[in-house]
Design a protein around this ligand. Structure first.
Ligand code: IPE
Ligand code: IPE
Ligand code: MG
Ligand code: MG
Ligand code: MG
Length: 326
């Protein structure tokens, strides 16, 4: 019963129904149209589903966590809209990015609006721990901004170590998953140990998720991925793959990669050459192993949690993430 395969799609449907029930104003259209467009996109809803699963795992009622789940997804969508401006990407969820469909001014403001909407819904949560949850949420946003700042600074940095990279993705990506699970656990009435284990589970899942995102960027065709193929290398991002190849590649491979990292406007052929370097240096296979390794750590946290909580849904989520290609 705890591993009902339809649980995750059902929770995703709950989140989407919640969004459909929000009556956003029509005017001004230049604010609400891009917000509606973003929310109607075909997102995986991973973070809000995580909030609901965590709440349920510790014995809470799923509906109690719905406003907070929506808040996390609204916040996530803000980060995507602004991230696409910074990363100069044209495609997201198989459609033009907001700053491409409209312009950057519209995308900035839509992002601002999404943050405010996120708080509006978070504060609807009916829980005695609301102040604690709001602090967690706020601190999470600050860390996420720090992570995004590091991600940008690394584009120009002379040397970025694997430890630097892991600290950066822990902030830009894993933190949001960690607070999703933590908030869900708190709303569900979980005790301190349960919330800590849920957080550890989601933090490791988040690290796996970003390493996998780096891999998908250059291994999955744009039609399937729904995002610009090879965007990271075009933007000179220090991804897991770049760092691994610079640490383990032969001198000529390192030189070719450094050249690519210094070239503006890489062509598709040049991007494919970089992918070849990632293959030949073992960066691709190392990243694949790293994803599995962080998923295994995530699973260990769940095993510890299993003594006091119903972890079937959270286990299934690990499999869903492992199998994703978008
Ligand atoms: C994309 O997140 C941003 C990253 C942290 C890599 P998702 O892959 O969860 O995006 P959607 O919401 O499903 O589109
Ligand atoms: C995601 O990093 C981090 C945030 C959106 C906060 P990416 O820049 O790799 O995400 P995608 O690949 O554009 O979704
Ligand atoms: Mg991006
Ligand atoms: Mg980015
Ligand atoms: Mg990416």
């Amino acid at each position: 019963l705890s591993r009902q395969p339809e649980k995750i799609p059902a929770f995703k449907a709950l989140v989407n129904e919640y969004f459909e029930s929000i009556a956003l104003p029509r005017q001004p259209g230049s604010l609400y149209d891009p917000i509606r467009y973003t929310l109607e996109g075909n997102g995986k809803r991973l973070r809000p589903v995580l909030v609901l699963l965590a709440c349920e795992a510790v014995g809470g009622k799923v509906v109690a966590a719905l406003p907070a789940a929506a808040a996390i997804e609204l916040l996530h969508n803000f980060t995507l809209v602004h991230d696409d401006i910074m990363d100069r990407d044209d495609t997201r969820r198989g459609r033009p990015t907001v700053h491409r469909k409209w312009d950057s001014d519209v995308a900035l403001l839509a992002g601002d609006g999404l943050v405010a909407l996120a708080y509006q819904h978070l504060l609807k949560t009916d829980t005695p721990r609301l102040a604690q949850i709001a602090r967690l949420f706020t601190d999470g946003i600050i860390e996420l901004c720090e992570g995004q700042a590091l991600d940008r600074e690394f584009e120009q940095a002379a040397h970025v170590s694997m430890a630097d990279y892991l600290a950066m993705i822990s902030k830009k990506t894993a933190r949001l998953l960690a607070i999703s699970a933590g908030m869900g656990g708190m709303i569900g009435g979980g005790n301190e140990r349960q919330v800590a284990l849920l957080t550890e589970y989601a933090e490791n899942l988040g690290i796996a998720f970003q390493i996998q995102d780096d891999l998908l960027d250059i291994t999955v065709e744009q039609k399937v991925l729904g995002k610009d193929f090879g965007s990271d290398i075009k933007r000179h991002k220090r991804t897991y793959l770049v760092i691994h190849a610079l640490e383990h590649g032969a001198a000529t491979q390192q030189r070719h990669l450094r050249e690519a990292l210094g070239t503006p406007n890489l062509t598709t052929d040049e991007v494919l050459n970089v992918r070849k370097i990632f293959e030949e240096t073992g960066a691709l296979s190392s990243a694949t192993r790293a994803v599995r390794d962080y998923i295994a750590r995530s699973r260990s946290a769940l095993d510890a949690l299993a003594a006091s909580a119903e972890v079937g849904g959270l286990q299934m989520l690990l499999d869903v993430v492992l199998k994703r290609n978008a």
